[in-house]
Design a binder for this molecule. Structure first.
Ligand SMILES: Cc1ncc(COP(=O)(O)O)c(C=O)c1O
Length: 362
């Protein structure tokens, strides 16, 4: 089947470009010796995980327990859940997952949270590996580096059913900094906080084997900071418009994922309407970009409609029934809107991959 035969809106992956992105990241990180644990919150798909594993990934990250459950069921169970877990239903599910997949790791940033995990897995008889999450500047979750982290580590080490194996300090606020010098300086500061705390915990006798951090925008810088052992980028696999605009050529990645839409109306000169609106393309990080249509801008026209606009006659040839490819502004939130990827090479669809972790936000 050719892409032109697909019904729309459809999520389309250019396999050649995706493989080039993966090879580029792995190739640049290999000489550092740092493990790459890609974040599957972006792709949400076991087939993509298997391609990453074949390219050298050392395990994977997921953001949510629901993502961990479906990935483990698909045979991918060397997983770090990068968000804290709390609440009785969640902890019951964690216990069940841990009993079957003891390699699943969790993060904690409070004594209360750590005790909940400890209680939850007590009956399984196998310790749950945990990492202490540090706030290295993002201002989201994470205990303050230094003494507060040290105090938390001491409490976690007393718990009988969890085993402290590392620290996580994700610097999400630094991913899209366009100025390379500013980014380098701020990443170095954040990594300094992370690795100094890892050293403090080791000095207290904790076996900190994992010091994990970094996303697509920063992982190469993180990986060269002494003391970082692992990076967790996700978006590089497909890239999106927001990342491309921020990193430009220095990122070294290409947009490999598009949403295919169909023109359903040509109501006026300089305007076409496509069948992909807010339910097909996330706009939380900016509007999508039409591919191969210079001068054409996309804006949402409601839940089901997308509006393409242009000045002058340049694109007046766009006709009802034409397909248009759009690069999403933000891939994570766009991918989460689809049941499957259509993977193609040179326009020929070679596979359809279910996005099994789509909507697994619990
Ligand atoms: C904890 C954590 N690690 C890694 C990533 C991956 O970042 P990116 O998709 O920007 O590569 C994210 C993304 O939100 C994250 O929340």
């Amino acid at each position: 089947m050719h892409l032109s035969e697909l019904d729309t809106p459809a999520l389309v992956v250019d396999l050649d470009l995706m493989e080039t992105n993966i090879a580029a990241l792995m190739g640049r990180l290999r000489p550092t010796g740092v493990r790459v644990r890609p974040h599957l919150k972006t792709a949400k798909c076991p087939e993509v995980a298997r391609i990453l594993a074949a390219a050298g990934a050392s395990g994977f990250c997921v953001a949510k327990l629901g993502e961990a459950e479906v990935m483990a069921a698909a045979g991918i169970d060397d997983l770090l859940i990068t968000g804290e877990l709390a609440g009785a239903p969640k902890l019951r599910r964690l216990a069940a997952l841990h009993a079957r997949h003891p390699r699943v790791r969790c993060v904690v940033d409070s004594v209360a949270g750590a005790r909940m995990l400890d209680d939850a897995v007590a009956a399984t008889g196998v310790p749950l590996e945990v990492l202490i999450e540090l706030d290295v500047g993002q201002g989201r979750c994470g205990v303050t580096p230094g003494e507060p982290a040290r105090a938390l580590a001491a409490e976690v080490a007393r718990l009988p059913h969890v085993r402290l194996v590392g620290v996580q300090g994700y610097e999400g606020h630094l991913q899209h900094i366009a100025d390379p010098e500013e980014q380098a300086r701020r990443v170095a500061e954040a990594m300094g906080r992370l690795t100094a705390t890892a050293a403090l915990l080791r000095a207290d006798g904790h076996a900190i084997e994992s010091v994990t951090t970094g996303g697509t925008g920063t992982c190469e810088r993180c990986a060269t900071h002494p003391g970082v052992t692992e990076v967790q980028p996700g978006s590089f696999v497909f890239l999106d418009r927001a990342y491309r605009d921020a990193l430009g050529a220095r990122g070294g990645y290409t947009n490999a994922l598009t949403v295919l839409a169909t023109v359903i109306s040509r109501p006026a000169a300089g305007r076409a309407v496509v069948d992909a609106g807010l339910k097909a393309l996330a706009t939380d990080m900016g509007n999508p970009e039409p591919v191969g249509l210079p001068g054409v801008r996309y804006r949402p026209g409601g839940d089901e409609h997308g509006i393409l606009e242009w000045d002058g006659p340049a694109q007046d040839g766009l006709a009802v029934g034409d397909q248009v490819a759009l690069i999403p502004g933000h891939i994570d939130t766009t991918v989460n809107l689809y049941d499957a990827y259509h993977a193609h090479r040179g326009g020929g669809v070679v596979a359809t991959w279910p996005i099994v972790a789509r909507g697994k936000s619990q």
